[in-house]
Design a protein around this ligand. Structure first.
Ligand code: ZN
Length: 355
């Protein structure tokens, strides 16, 4: 099992302070650590051997990881930026994700297989984003942020994963002023500098978690395991799952439930609202709202059961009905064909009472 090679990165993207020792244990860790967060089908789902087989690529694991993280980031960017005008909490973004070769167990191997000429690689550049328009490409090397060389950033005393987190925070911080100056080296070895305008996005980031197969939200992040079955779905159906998790963050469910608990139907209604907001978020991102229904029909029969979920999630068939009703509502709101933009902040009617 090669997934454990990336535990150091996993550690960097997760709030837990310890590293699981093997894949089996990582399920437990994930379930324990995310016990307070919400997920599409419960904290820790277990995939079947068949799915794991079909999801396992023939590439080097670092390449597979990059393909999946790029896929996740592309869709996440699209959902976040297209819905930004309705989000209370915004985070300006350039549309690029970085990672640090040194945060992997075998840094030389990762540099070699991805063709990186340095440590801070561009893991993903969202299509149409400011970073894309500035010419940044996957596997280019980031050298400086606002004139500060990356070697000057971070703390040598901290664990290896810390630097990428510090760099991401620095870019986010700088983006609040609207412009970030980046210096980078292309794969051809050309040195480039550009002042890049940031665009608004909802303040919800999307991160791939190694060695896991769930999808969850923690209030500010959408966390997706690299073995999550949704990677095998069509893009818009996978986007529906990400929209569900993002909805938990946008609607403020996590801090609310942490404070008041899951009882009295609160968790169940939060799940209903995350389901019902999917078609709105999808439409704004240019996807068909019906993808939410198709996703639930695919996901539900395989993953919609189980004791873990029964108390907080309706049955998948009930969820299909509820999402379909929301799509019908959108049709009547838009007088026929559903089209963007849909102002869910004004017109979405939550079932979870949060006042
Ligand atoms: Zn959920």
């Amino acid at each position: 099992m090669v997934a454990h090679k990336f535990y150091s990165k996993w550690r960097g993207t997760h709030e837990c302070s310890y590293v699981p020792q093997n894949r089996q244990r990582s399920y437990l860790v994930f379930a324990t650590c995310l016990a307070a967060v919400l997920s599409l089908g419960g904290c820790a789902t277990t995939t079947t051997g068949l799915e794991e087989e079909s999801l396992a690529g023939e590439n080097h694991p670092a390449v597979d990881f990059q393909i999946k993280e790029d896929r996740l980031y592309q869709i996440g960017y699209r959902l976040g930026v297209s819905n930004a005008r309705y989000c209370d909490r915004k985070q300006p973004t350039l549309g690029l994700m970085i990672h640090d070769a040194r945060a992997y167990a075998d840094a030389d191997d990762v540099r070699s297989v991805l063709g990186l000429s340095g440590d801070i690689g561009i893991q993903s550049v969202a299509k149409g984003s400011p970073a894309h328009l500035a010419g940044l490409k996957q596997n280019d090397i980031l050298l400086a942020i606002d004139g500060v060389e990356i070697d000057q950033i971070g703390d040598p005393g901290k664990p290896a994963w810390y630097r990428a987190t510090a760099l991401r925070q620095l870019i986010d911080q700088s983006a609040l002023d609207g412009i970030v100056s980046l210096t980078w080296r292309s794969a051809e070895g050309v040195l480039l500098v550009d002042d890049i305008d940031a665009v608004d996005s909802c303040a919800s980031v999307f991160e791939l978690i190694s060695g896991d197969d769930g999808a969850a939200a923690d209030g500010t992040r959408v966390l997706v395991g690299e073995n999550f079955p949704g990677f095998a779905y069509a893009e818009d159906e996978f986007a529906a799952i990400l929209a569900h998790e993002m909805a938990h963050n946008l609607l403020g469910h996590i801090p609310f439930l942490k404070q008041l608990g899951n009882g009295e139907g609160r968790a169940r209604n939060s799940e209903r609202d995350a389901d019902r907001l999917m078609p709105w978020l999808l439409t704004n991102a240019g996807y068909e709202p019906e993808a939410a229904i198709r996703m639930m029909r695919l996901y539900g029969p395989r993953h919609g059961g189980g004791l873990l979920r029964r108390r907080t999630h309706d049955g998948w068939d009930e969820r299909v009905v509820m999402i379909s009703e929301e799509v019908e509502r959108l049709q009547s709101l838009s007088g026929g064909e559903i089209s963007a933009p849909l102002d869910w902040r004004m017109h979405f009617e939550p079932m979870l009472e949060m006042q």
